[in-house]
Design a protein around this ligand. Structure first.
Ligand SMILES: [Zn+2]
Length: 391
């Protein structure tokens, strides 16, 4: 049995920005940042197999979210399979989320079905009406059964539109829940299958600078294995995300992995957060956009103003094409000229246009491979750039 201890090591800093390269060791292998994590919250990517994810240069994935896995297929199935790695046939590093964000989404859309108090959250599933009780302790226990290499403290996600007082309350509860998550994790530092697991704490504090700093200081004091930055704004509102990172970066410990949760609506977002000192990120958008016919299309070039890199659209300012448009009907070009992904190496826009218009299942897989590959191309290019221009 692999008993690699989780470890992170800073191996390069960019001379002109806060960007870094960190090498991370997990029980299921190493990864080198910056890294985009494709999302398989329901233990499956959108029609991509794990071998497709590996083919896009994905080093680590976000596999099987705690809340979704509790709902279906349930923990007995995951346990029976021997954990999420075996269940979904991914042998590399994996992170899973604690369910905090799903609770937040559910509370937003179905407030009646979601009761939050100091103990935890009682959720009535909107369709099955089954009741799920989630606490910091039960979330950690579930993540032991999922068996991911990086697990997350159970937190309460902060919506953007809260008053300072409300944001303070959520932040303090998140801190108390972190302590409870850590106590549960300390009872069994390994997964149910004997693999070492790292626990990350999550910084909340909404859009308030003093709260973000207070939350960061608390998380840093707890000495968790890595540090996540959460809340509704992160990834969703990139101007706020960048501002929050600007506040936090100076106090974050250099050796620990920084994870912005939910960043990656567009390739450019990755350039923006890595420049601010972030190492890993996940987002459902690349596969969701792909499914809906929005395919990333641009090129990576110098961002002179910021001494950095940027993703510039080659066809339009949005840096994506809508494959349903009739202009692609006879277009023999690949989706994106510089892309080396399986889809771009083998298929034309014309073919993808046809698959999309005729609702072929094969379309989604090819489209997802491309969009995820562009995110990884961004990461690979940044990593090389940082190493070539080290401080
Ligand atoms: Zn491609």
């Amino acid at each position: 049995m692999n008993q690699n201890k989780y470890a992170s090591k800073l191996i390069a800093r960019h001379k002109n920005t806060k960007a870094r390269v960190v090498e991370v060791t997990t029980a299921h292998g190493n990864f080198i940042t910056p890294c985009f994590m494709p999302v398989a919250t329901r233990a499956v990517f959108n029609n991509m197999g794990p071998e497709d994810a590996a083919d896009t240069n994905s080093q680590i994935i976000l596999g099987g979210n705690t809340y979704h896995m509790l709902v279906s297929p349930g923990m007995e199935v995951i346990q029976h399979a021997g954990g999420m790695h075996k269940f979904m046939n991914w042998s590399g590093p994996m992170l899973t989320d604690s369910g905090g964000f799903q609770v937040f989404s559910l509370a937003r859309t179905n407030p009646k079905n979601c009761k939050i108090d100091e103990t935890g959250v009682k959720i009535t599933h909107p369709e099955t009406k089954n009741i799920i009780m989630m606490t910091p302790e039960s979330s950690i226990i579930t993540q032991k059964t999922i068996g991911a290499d990086i697990i997350m403290a159970f937190d309460q996600c902060t919506p953007d539109d809260l008053s300072v007082d409300e944001a303070v309350q959520i932040m303090h509860r998140t801190h108390r829940w972190l302590v409870r998550s850590m106590e549960q994790h300390a009872k069994q530092p390994q997964s149910d299958y004997g693999y070492d697991q790292a626990l990350f704490g999550i910084i909340q504090g909404g859009v308030y600078q003093d709260l973000r700093l207070e939350s960061a200081e608390f998380i840093i004091q707890q000495n968790t294995d890595g540090i996540a930055i959460g809340g509704e704004s992160i990834g969703f509102d990139m101007e706020k995300t960048k501002l929050i990172m600007q506040w936090l970066e100076p106090i974050l410990p250099a050796e620990k992995v920084r994870y912005t949760m939910g960043v990656g609506l567009n390739p450019q977002d990755l350039f923006d957060v890595v420049r601010m000192g972030v190492d890993i990120f996940d987002c459902v958008a690349p596969t969701r956009n792909a499914r809906h016919g929005a395919l990333y299309c641009g090129k990576i070039e110098a961002d002179v103003e910021n001494n950095w890199l940027k993703f510039t659209g080659t066809e339009n300012a949005e840096a994506r094409i809508l494959i349903k448009k009739s202009i692609y009907k006879l277009d023999d070009n690949p989706i994106m000229a510089d892309c080396k992904c399986y889809t771009c190496q083998n298929y034309s826009r014309s073919y993808l246009h046809f698959l999309f218009k005729s609702n072929q299942v094969a379309y989604t897989r090819l489209a997802c491979i491309h969009n995820v590959a562009v995110m990884q191309l961004a990461c690979d290019t940044m990593r090389e750039f940082i190493i070539n221009q080290q401080a």
